[in-house]
Design a protein around this ligand. Structure first.
Ligand SMILES: [Zn+2]
Ligand SMILES: [Zn+2]
Length: 271
């Protein structure tokens, strides 16, 4: 037994006798730092920390060469060792003693399970899956990273901003985190004659729109109806504009004052 890294998948099976594999699947294809991953774990090494002296006493007594370090919950890096791929692993079946070769599958940086187990086969080759890069995969990656930032952000600095469903068409205000841009709270704009209140949340309006193209209402900007495009449109539509309501009010006031002036000038000239 060396210092191999290992994966554990309680659902993995021996292909020869179909017994569940309850022991670890080991690999020598990573850095062999005795790390242990379970399904769903981020495939990265965890930092080591000193074991508190009293805990060490309780666990090991006066044992010589007792370990002084243990793995912490913190990872060495935000990035996984690999994003998508298959790491060769091996073990032996405790039921039929067969030597087993398999893969630990990694998707989006997480260990998802042991696959392609074979008895008495040759060790497998490391596989890195390179995903095609296009606008959609970049968008997904950005979305994944952003949601990670948003999930851990404390939203310390926030600001009420106007939100628009099309450029210049505001549907409400949102309390937006200035760091991660998460919309924490929303409020509608005050109802006026020229701007009737939207019924229901914006998402509902969009969904109704895609089911019924002739629907009259505020969300009628384009004829794009595909779900994927709707999501793009939705993101564009319901992102904060960066303008505060105060700023907008000032701009509107200025614009109206100019309009009035122009009208008065015209009246004077033609009356
Ligand atoms: Zn077996
Ligand atoms: Zn935030």
């Amino acid at each position: 037994m060396g210092a191999l890294d290992s994966f554990y998948d309680e659902e993995s099976e021996c292909p020869k006798c179909n017994a569940k594999i309850k022991n670890d699947w080991q690999t020598k294809d990573l850095y062999s730092l005795m790390e242990h991953w379970r399904k769903g774990d981020w495939v990265q090494y965890r930092k080591l920390e000193a074991i508190p002296e009293d805990e060490r006493k309780r666990k090991y007594g006066d044992l010589e060469f007792a370990p002084s370090l243990q793995t912490s919950k913190e990872y060495l890096s935000d990035a996984p060792l690999l994003f998508n791929g298959k790491v060769p692993v091996h073990t032996s079946c405790r039921n039929c003693n067969a030597w087993l070769e398999a893969y630990a599958k990694v998707l989006d940086g997480r260990f998802v399970g042991v696959v392609e187990a074979e008895a008495n086969a040759k060790p497998k080759e490391f596989v890195l899956i390179k995903l095609e890069t296009n606008a959609e995969t970049l968008r997904q990656e950005f979305q994944r990273k952003l949601s990670k930032v948003q999930a851990t952000c404390k939203h310390k600095e926030t600001k009420w901003m106007l939100m628009e469903w099309a450029p210049g068409h505001f549907y409400g205000r949102g309390l937006v985190c200035l760091r991660c841009e998460k919309i924490i709270k929303t409020r509608g704009l005050p109802e006026t004659k020229s701007r009737p209140k939207l019924r229901g949340p914006p998402a509902e309006v969009l969904i109704r729109r895609s089911r019924n193209k002739r629907l009259k209402g505020p969300v009628r900007r384009s004829s794009r109806t595909k779900a994927a495009r709707d999501m793009v449109f939705f993101r564009q539509a319901f992102s904060p504009t960066g303008t505060t309501s105060d700023e907008l009010r000032r701009e509107l006031k200025k614009g109206r004052a100019q309009d009035r002036k122009r009208e008065q000038t015209l009246e004077r000239r033609y009356s």
